[in-house]
Design a protein around this ligand. Structure first.
Ligand SMILES: Cc1cc2nc3c(=O)[nH]c(=O)nc-3n(C[C@H](O)[C@H](O)[C@H](O)COP(=O)(O)O)c2cc1C
Length: 372
């Protein structure tokens, strides 16, 4: 694909402020809002009434990737997560998406299945969490309805036909996201959740065609990406990956081999983008020596990077050609006008940790815009 230069002068504000054509979707700048769960939705997966304002406030991002959104009833591992598998979920997403579009922004919905990072109390009566293999996340954590943290329950291994059904759940959710008006979907295959559990040898010890060699462990993710791409168009499908994350007790013993299989396969599908979490999310930038620049060469398409970036690091990554776009999580959460603040070199609002999850307006829609 043709390179789109991301260099900028002082006048234009730097590479972050250059427009980008993402497989034909025109983005106003290279600043992406990273997916962030805010745990304010109703138990039925309907948005908090302030979600529309929350997303509208942040619509100056080149692209918003929504909070993780449940693809099915069994996807749940946390309270207050919106859904995208029932007609009422389509309705609940319409307004936030329309608000972003009104402001000239773009939004992809992140499709999320928690897999083994789940708790019986969130699931339909009598059900256990489902995962590639019956291996408990000893070092993982879920959130209970009172927003306290707990250890995930023991999962049961999915039958092969259930894995096929899980692919279909993702396709259904993707269709619903498009019906709600989203510009696309992001498959959450990062940070130790369901799809990532298929990739990692620590969490996938299956002996059917979805487990074993790297090729087999990649099969669920590739089939899901391919099936969604056929349903809604490959350009509308992004994927989030975290080759060296150890979050939620999931990692692979040989990420170079694993991603050496996965990225070329995703490249063949002409997906909308790859979104790389470089390290464990929010904890460490890549300490492992994994060759992210080399990984990028395996995927011929738009490349988003994330994890503990600030403006200077982001500009440097764009200038080196190591990324097309940079995603910001906490800085965007606390600064609805992050794009302007970066452009004008303004100070950033600090993050209030106590109001990240649950609650209402406080720490959600009341972070101040820069005055002046
Ligand atoms: C409150 C909060 C919620 C998050 N929820 C999600 C999520 O739903 N899906 C996801 O892929 N990552 C999620 N993350 C990870 C962020 O997308 C991002 O990878 C992480 O914050 C590191 O980026 P940053 O240093 O710019 O904040 C969340 C992070 C935070 C702080």
């Amino acid at each position: 694909m043709a390179e789109q230069a991301a260099t900028g002068s002082d006048e234009t504000g730097g590479g972050l402020f250059q427009p980008f054509s993402m497989r034909g979707l025109e983005l106003e700048n290279r600043i992406v809002m990273s997916p962030m769960s805010r745990h304010r939705a109703s138990p039925k997966g309907l948005h908090h009434p302030l979600a529309t304002l929350y997303y509208r406030q942040r619509a100056s991002a080149g692209l918003i990737i929504s909070e993780g959104t449940q693809v099915s009833e069994t996807a749940k591992g946390f309270p207050g997560i919106p859904g995208i598998y029932r007609p009422e979920h389509v309705e609940t997403w319409r307004e936030p998406i329309a608000a972003v579009h009104d402001e000239g922004g773009r939004i992809f919905i992140q499709l999320w299945h928690c897999g083994r990072i789940a708790h019986g109390s969130h699931l339909p009566e009598g059900q256990m969490p489902v995962a590639p293999s019956a291996i408990r996340a000893e070092d993982g954590m879920v959130m209970l309805d009172d927003l306290s943290f707990a250890k995930p329950d023991m999962p049961r291994a999915l039958e092969t036909r259930e894995v096929e059904a899980l692919v279909e759940d993702h396709v259904h959710a993707a269709r619903m996201a498009l019906a709600a008006g989203a510009d696309g979907v992001e498959i959450h295959a990062a940070n130790g959740y369901g799809a990532a559990q298929f990739l990692c040898d620590r969490t996938n010890q299956r002996t059917d065609r979805y487990g074993g060699s790297p090729v087999k462990r990649c099969r669920f993710v590739i089939e899901t990406a391919e099936a969604i791409a056929s349903a809604i168009g490959a350009d509308k499908v992004g994927i989030r990956l975290s080759p060296v994350s150890t979050y939620q007790d999931a990692w692979d013993s040989d990420p170079t081999a694993l991603y050496g299989v996965l990225l070329p396969a995703l490249s063949m599908l002409d997906l909308g983008y790859v979104h790389m979490v470089e390290g464990s999310p929010g904890t460490s930038r890549d300490p492992s020596g994994f060759d992210f620049a080399g990984a990028r060469r395996l995927f011929d398409g738009p490349w988003i990077v994330n994890n503990l970036y600030d403006r200077a690091l982001a500009e440097a990554a764009l200038a080196r050609g190591d990324a097309d776009l940079v995603a910001f999580g906490l800085p965007f959460l606390a600064n609805p006008d992050l794009v302007r603040r970066f452009r004008e070199h303004r100070d950033l609002n600090p993050v209030e940790k106590e109001t990240l999850y649950g609650g209402g307006e406080k720490g959600y829609t009341d972070y101040p815009f820069f005055a002046g």
